[in-house]
Design a protein around this ligand. Sequence first.
Ligand code: SAM
Length: 343
Amino acid sequence: MRAFFAIISGNDVSLAKAEIDSLIGLTGAEARVSWFGQLVQIESTHDIAHFLLERAALTKEAGSIIGHGPISDTSMGWLSDDALTACVKPTETFSVRTKSLTAERHVEQRERLSASLGARIKNLTNARVSLDNPDVSVLAIIIPDRILVCISKESRLRLELRLRKPGRKPFFHPSMMNSELARVMCNLAGVKPKAVVLDPFCGGGGILCEAASIGARAVGLELNWRLINGALKNLAGSLERETSVVQADSRLLPLQIGQFDCITTDPPYGRASSTRGVKARKLVLTLLENAPEIVRDRGRLCICGSHEMGIKAMIQDLGFTIKYHVLVPVHSGLTRELTAVEF
Ligand SMILES: C[S@@+](CC[C@H](N)C(=O)[O-])C[C@H]1O[C@@H](n2cnc3c(N)ncnc32)[C@H](O)[C@@H]1O
């Protein structure tokens, strides 16, 4: 087993915990996970950090832990020279950063840490320091009982997700799902490359675009013709070209048994999307009743609605197994409820 870390964005860790748990499950690796605030430490047989950087919407940075020791020993006698020379080559550039995840900021301790770690790497490897664009980024993290020395990489996916925000897509509609949450939902639904993913309320295609960017075959159903055209425009630049958007009513799924690996969706709620007079709860109930038929065995459904819709209770009444359930406060009038079910 090797030791990895990830630091997640924001203070509400419940969604990030669910996302990371689901992604670890996708790798099939054995893993031991422990959380401290926004930091997660993962011991695993698989390079989990690399996978999280590729897939997780809520991971800011991640990498491997190359040593850890008591906070009292800032000279870091516990960190082996071999661990450092294995990570920084003489021809590479490096930087050293420090972070305190305790209640104290540890300003002096961090300055000492950074100076001694920098000097040691320089002595051992003769590599050059580059603060702006280093080949290797060394990060020392102070947690209450220990210092972790890590090799860290920042998430490029988070930048890509910002570039895929609804307002930056070729077609925009206010009902569209933002790219970060759409990616989290795909992850909770266990979307893999080449999986066949259905969004039966696909609107302008926020979720479909994220599923396609993972390499899945995204299929969307939508009533509104303008939104269908919009979704097709948004999907035009996708990685996975086998996508389709069909004008259809989600209550009459024109689909075959076990055809989908997963369903990822947000039904209409709020003023931005129309239900054509049908109660939103009724649309959700019909979808939930039909979903086990069209999703393969052990496939998942991840659904996001307003908390007031009571989707979790509907799922429980139908006797499905809830894999993840997270409440996400948006503003005083709206809390989103995300539920993932495994059939
Ligand atoms: C919240 S929006 C979906 C956003 C979209 N999932 C995304 O990722 O951007 C809900 C959509 O459901 C559509 N809709 C409403 N009733 C429907 C039905 N019976 N069948 C299919 N689509 C429906 C609305 O037109 C609306 O575009």
